[in-house]
Design a protein around this ligand. Structure first.
Ligand SMILES: [Zn+2]
Length: 625
């Protein structure tokens, strides 16, 4: 068990830093104390979390034996068992739907899907016979099954009352196969990136609602040529769906006597009127068949029943326990990300269990699959073990282990999403003498985002990224135990204020994304701009991981100081829409578009900022360890 000298000196640093930090947008103790006094005394509660026990959880969860806790690995199952054991020992009752401490579910690993040989597409009445993989691919949300029907062109497959536009008006597609263009007429989005009419989800549901038996999507003329990669994630919209090569589609439509796709598209875009028509004499038929290798994953849940009048309301205390597993042959132990938060959940669970009276009930939860797209928290909020509207608040801890090391301070986000959050957090932080950087938004790259989007007021505690972020160096000995325990005790106090509060926090929508500061990563071995080159190139941005690759554009969460993008003038929140003239919708497109580029090469990056579009010349850098 590690007890380094570093363990003794952090608190002195903390005091020093508190004095300095006040000037950089941090909420100062004095300020709050003054405000607090007016509001009358807070309940004082003694809580002591053991540093040894806290550290013990991290040392175990981040041990090499657990292999970096990759979702679906043996190591993560060991971690799940350990956490459940800790919940049981603390006296929490099982919170899983089957009476255990686990909420088990399967999801298709996006990377392991296989398109089966039965997958086929035929166009009778034309000499076009497309081949799977080269000429067409199922779309990731496609259902499986056979289809057969007359072919009907339906423009963008959209019904937009605001534009008095309906591709399905006056045409019968019941039992037919519809073929349509991707996205939407360029004048529809206005100053937003796109409207819902452009989404695959909207097009699929509309086609189904109009009785179509299958749908075929074709790129607009300004789209990249490639077919979308087939990466099912289990979400389907109830209809077989295909992405067909535009040139082949062109031939099929002309076999049915229709004008060229460019003319059809131009007519709709400029005339604002649909051009839906039967593709005369052409019948489309085929089958979609694929198999996904499903991964079994588990959220871990323990419950403490409340004893007061609001016992049917719940406060969720959570953090993810998965991490990256083994990458490039190295175990990524994830001590800070997120053994530190998981240890916080366990110790707060124990402290709450020791608390004699609690009004509302508590669910302590460790999420799986956070690193691969918030899979665990998305699954939970879609399959809650208690009514979602009975969850009064959610508190997420993800990376609380690097408080006050070099440049890292505490970020507390989501403050604007719950009516009483600001007052409670400010007063408890002042009481604890902890400085923090406030942010109203709960839209961000961790599990609170799923709860916020499900209508739950949500708070997020985070001590920031660091040079070891998502690197093999994120190890136990670098965790600031004193800082993390102080944060966990603060979270305990805040949670108890909500648990025992007369009023539950009222949900408040805060639409803008939260700010994540990545400056601490710059120039260090783990950062994208430092350390050994790892092949590939970077622009020096951090993309929005919650952004859907099937939707147009690629949102930039943060631009890294000193990086190519920053030098070219890119800003946080910009949306990348094209590189060297090719549309970009996500990391895959970026990688495809830059695969032949070298460090030092310059790319023309077209971005949208508000309703402005501009092109920036970005110098690429080597992608590092
Ligand atoms: Zn994390």
């Amino acid at each position: 068990m590690m007890q380094s000298s570093k363990y003794r000196w952090p608190c002195s640093i903390m005091i020093g830093v508190i004095a300095v930090a006040a000037s950089r947008g941090y909420v100062s103790a004095a300020e709050v104390a003054a405000k607090g006094a007016a509001k009358g005394a807070m309940v004082t509660r003694a809580v002591t979390i053991s540093h040894e026990e806290y550290l013990g959880h991290i040392a175990l969860l981040a041990h090499d034996e657990l292999g970096g806790r990759g979702t679906g690995s043996d190591g993560i199952d060991l971690a799940a068992g350990y956490i459940a054991g800790q919940f049981a020992a603390a006296g929490l009752s099982p919170g899983g739907p089957d009476g255990t401490y686990f909420q088990e579910f399967t999801f298709p690993s996006r990377s392991g899907a296989k398109i089966l040989e039965d997958t086929a597409l035929r166009f009778d009445g034309s000499d076009v016979q497309p081949a799977v993989n080269t000429d067409f691919l199922p779309l990731s949300f496609s259902t499986m099954g056979k289809f057969d029907g007359d072919l009907v062109f339906v423009g963008y497959g959209a019904t937009n009352p605001d534009k008095d536009y309906d591709d399905y008006a006056g045409i019968d597609v019941d039992g037919k196969v519809v073929i349509m263009l991707r996205r939407e007429p360029p004048d529809w989005p206005g100053d937003s990136r796109f409207t819902t009419h452009a989404t695959f989800e909207s097009k699929a549901k509309l086609a189904k609602r109009n009785g179509a038996t299958a749908m075929i999507i074709v790129n607009r003329d300004d789209d990249r040529g490639e077919l979308r990669r087939f990466r099912p994630d289990g979400e389907t919209y109830g209809i077989p769906a295909i992405h067909l090569n535009r040139d082949l589609a062109e031939k099929v439509l002309s076999a049915g006597g229709l004008a060229s796709l460019s003319d059809l598209q131009k007519g709709i875009d400029e005339g604002g009127k649909p051009a839906s028509a039967v593709v005369a004499g052409v019948r489309a038929s085929g089958e979609i068949a694929y198999e996904t290798n499903d991964i079994t994953a588990r959220n871990v849940l323990g419950v403490l029943r409340g004893t007061g009048p609001h016992a049917d309301e719940y406060v969720v205390i959570g953090g993810h326990y998965d991490h990256l597993g083994v990458r490039r042959g190295e175990i990524h132990n994830g001590a800070d990300d997120n053994a530190s938060g998981t240890a916080g959940v366990i110790e707060i669970a124990k402290a709450l269990a020791r608390t004699p009276k609690r009004d509302r009930s508590v669910i302590c939860m460790a999420f799986t699959g956070e690193e691969i797209g918030l899979i665990g928290s998305k699954y939970y909020t879609a399959n809650p073990t208690v009514p979602i509207d009975s969850i009064a608040a959610m508190i997420n801890m993800d990376m609380i282990g690097r408080h006050n090391d070099s440049t890292n301070k505490l970020d507390i986000q989501g403050l604007g999403t719950g009516s009483v959050f600001k007052e409670i957090v400010e007063r408890r932080a002042a009481e604890a003498g902890i400085e923090f950087r406030p942010d109203d938004s709960a839209k961000g790259p961790s599990d609170h985002d799923s709860f916020y989007r499900a209508g739950v007021p949500s708070l997020f505690f985070f001590t920031g990224v660091h040079p070891d972020y998502h690197g093999p160096g994120d190890d136990t000995e670098k965790v600031n135990v004193e800082g993390a325990v102080a944060i966990a005790e603060l979270v305990y106090q805040i949670a108890m204020d909500i648990i025992d509060g007369d009023e539950a926090p009222q949900y408040v929508e805060v639409d803008q994304p939260a700010h994540i500061d990545f400056s601490a990563m710059m120039g260090s071995p783990g950062s994208p701009m430092g350390g050994p080159p790892r092949g590939g190139v970077v622009m020096g941005i951090l993309p929005d991981r919650t952004d859907d690759p099937d939707k147009p554009g690629w949102r930039v969460v943060a631009v890294m100081e000193g990086g190519g993008a920053a030098t070219a003038g890119m800003k946080d929140g910009d949306v990348i829409i094209a590189i060297d003239g090719k549309a970009i919708n996500g990391l895959d497109d970026f990688r495809d578009q830059t695969k032949d580029k070298k460090p030092g090469d310059v790319i023309a990056v077209k971005i949208r900022r508000g309703d402005e579009e501009m092109t920036l010349d970005v110098t690429l850098a080597a992608r590092s360890g």
